[in-house]
Ligand binder design. Structure first.
Ligand SMILES: C[S@@+](CC[C@H](N)C(=O)[O-])C[C@H]1O[C@@H](n2cnc3c(N)ncnc32)[C@H](O)[C@@H]1O
Length: 359
């Protein structure tokens, strides 16, 4: 016996339109990444230009540039005058797509294109279990993550994030021992080391290629107060404990995140500070539905943060593990009071600040 389901044709049409709009946004994201990687946005920000002028400015082939402009004009990112053949990147759009700072959102598009390279492997894991390990994403992930976070650290870490912790800039100026765990290419730790020469810093990560980048940058800047060590966060055992430990988007994708937080607790002096920056989300899906980034966050999780953990039989917290679970994990490790701050200039993250109780 067959059952016929009645379908509201208007809703079908509406949903089909929404679906096409998702696909279009996905393609525009790729075009933004092309513009970022090829220097086209920086060239366009110099002023209105024909496709020939823009291609010459950026040192690119005009035919590709013209086709790319077709996509970005129809997406509303560029303006186009058919009369003069001139394309304009409005100044307000250039603010969001150019420059070395935290405001250059073109860097975010790289995540989508990079993770897309591994989609077929993740789809296999849906069927077979396990996951795609970090090693499969490197070395490209190292560059993508660095370019995503570098501008934010340059602009915000020392001037806006650290001052959220009462007295911390003063303690750093006087001289304390600091570790950044899951430091990636170490730009956060290098930035802090340059700003606070009386303090000493260690960057820990499991990725040798990323650590080498940190060492090279520290050497280039002539910094003698920072070093980098290959070390699993879950087994930290420093000879001398730290006064401050930071993790920036580096807990949720670990194989043993609870072990990492416990080991951070153990690696702090009594009264030491732990600053944990993690994606801003609730642990409950229903609370995240009003967040316009939610589909992106869960998508990044599926294609990266979740799978790199499950690849090693890990906890698989996912990118949107959320504030409630974060607080539980901190409490289970022994951290007492936890303050959650909105992270200035970075709506995607929450900054949790907590202290190891005095003995
Ligand atoms: C999302 S990236 C963030 C990197 C860096 N904090 C930043 O903001 O650019 C997470 C980092 O955690 C590192 N990581 C993952 N598991 C780790 C572990 N068990 N111990 C130490 N680092 C780990 C990864 O290699 C990666 O560099």
């Amino acid at each position: 016996m067959t059952t016929t389901r009645s379908v509201d044709e208007q809703l079908v049409e509406k949903f089909a339109g929404e679906l096409i709009s998702h696909y279009t946004s996905g393609m525009v994201t790729m075009m933004v990444d092309v513009g970022h990687r090829s220097g086209l946005f920086e060239a366009a920000a110099e002023g209105p230009a024909t496709s020939e002028e823009l291609a010459a400015r950026a040192g690119l082939h005009e035919r590709y540039v013209r086709e790319w402009l077709g996509s970005l004009v129809s997406a509303g990112i560029f303006l186009y005058s058919p009369r003069t053949g001139v394309y304009t990147l409005p100044a307000e759009h250039a603010e969001c797509l150019t420059g070395p700072g935290a405001g250059n959102l073109a860097t975010v598009a790289q995540i989508n294109t990079h993770l897309g390279n591994h989609l077929h492997q993740v789809a296999t894991a849906f069927r077979e279990g396990g996951g795609v390990p970090y090693s499969e994403f490197r070395p490209e992930f190292t560059d993508v993550m660095d370019s995503l976070s570098r501008g934010t650290y340059d602009e915000l870490l020392v001037d806006a994030w650290l001052p959220l912790v009462p007295g911390l800039p003063e303690r750093l100026t006087e001289g304390i021992r600091v570790a950044d765990v899951g430091c990636g290419t170490g730009h956060a730790v290098v930035t802090m080391a340059a700003a606070f020469p009386a303090s000493t810093f260690v960057g820990y990560d499991i990725a040798e290629d990323a650590l080498d980048r940190g060492r090279a940058e520290a050497a280039e800047l002539g910094l003698t107060n920072v070093e980098f060590e290959a070390q699993d966060a879950a087994t930290l055992a420093p000879e001398t404990p730290f006064d401050l430990i930071t993790t920036i988007d580096a807990i949720h994708d670990q194989v043993d995140p609870a072990g990492a937080v416990r080991s951070i607790f153990g690696a702090l002096v009594p009264g030491g500070t732990y600053v944990m920056v993690e994606p801003a989300a609730s642990s409950n899906l229903e609370d995240n539905l009003s967040n316009p980034f939610a589909p992106w966050i869960y998508g990044v999780s599926t294609l990266h943060c979740l799978t790199v953990s499950l690849a090693h039989g890990g906890a698989g917290l996912g990118t949107a593990w959320g504030e409630q679970r974060a607080r539980e994990m901190l409490a289970d490790a022994g951290f007492a009071r936890v303050t959650a701050h909105e992270t200035p200039g970075d709506p995607l993250d929450t900054m949790f600040v907590t202290t190891k109780p005095e003995e």
